[in-house]
Design a protein around this ligand. Structure first.
Ligand code: FE2
Ligand code: FE2
Length: 192
């Protein structure tokens, strides 16, 4: 599907604010891909689509995932905001005909991360965190790390922040977020 058509689908599925966030993620992902020598077009597409399922009600999201044959884990059911990653990946693949497995993965895991992420998945995970409209205390530090090519360090900080936030709010922590962070820290330790 042509990027302009994808863009109009995303625009029709989201509020103006979230659409603008998606464009911010797409642009940021493209810049990071350029910096890292990854595929810029794939990064832009995955960024544009990453939140396409974000405004689907949890009940509908669960039904649609079931219809796509996806079994949802208990943590995601207890924290329904997590459903939009897997559902967005399915919509991109099935409704928009995006067959690229890396784009599928990047959308699926953009909220939780996971162990052994490939470059595109890392790019979307961090671009979602640092796109220009994001405002939180350590965002400039994360931008600095990501745009100096230190994606792993940025992901350790970002996933740590997500875990901390979940604890503060009394919410469950998705094990994939713990795996994402541990995987990088273990690798860094082994390289020392
Ligand atoms: Fe998201
Ligand atoms: Fe997002």
């Amino acid at each position: 599907m042509d990027i302009k058509i994808l863009d109009s689908h995303v625009r029709s599925m989201l509020s103006e604010k979230r659409y603008n966030h998606s464009i911010g993620v797409a642009d940021t992902a493209q810049k990071l891909a350029k910096l890292l020598g990854a595929d810029e077009e794939k990064a832009y597409t995955a960024g544009l689509l990453h939140d396409c399922a974000k405004e689907i009600e949890p009940e509908t999201a669960l039904k649609r995932l079931k219809a796509y044959g996806i079994t949802v884990d208990e943590v995601s059911i207890s924290s329904p905001a997590l459903l939009h990653g897997p559902l967005g990946a399915c919509i991109a693949q099935i409704e928009f005909g995006i067959s690229d497995p890396e784009i599928f993965d990047a959308i699926w895991f953009h909220t939780t991360g996971k162990a052994a992420m490939n470059t595109l998945t890392k790019i979307i995970y961090i671009a979602d965190y640092i796109e220009p409209s994001r405002e939180f205390e350590s965002v400039d530090k994360l931008r600095e790390l990501a745009f100096s090519g230190k994606l792993d360090e940025a992901i350790v900080k970002a996933s740590g922040r997500t875990i901390q936030y979940s604890i503060e709010k009394g919410r469950t922590i998705h094990p994939d977020t713990v795996h994402a962070r541990n995987y990088i820290l273990i690798n860094q330790h082994n390289e020392q």
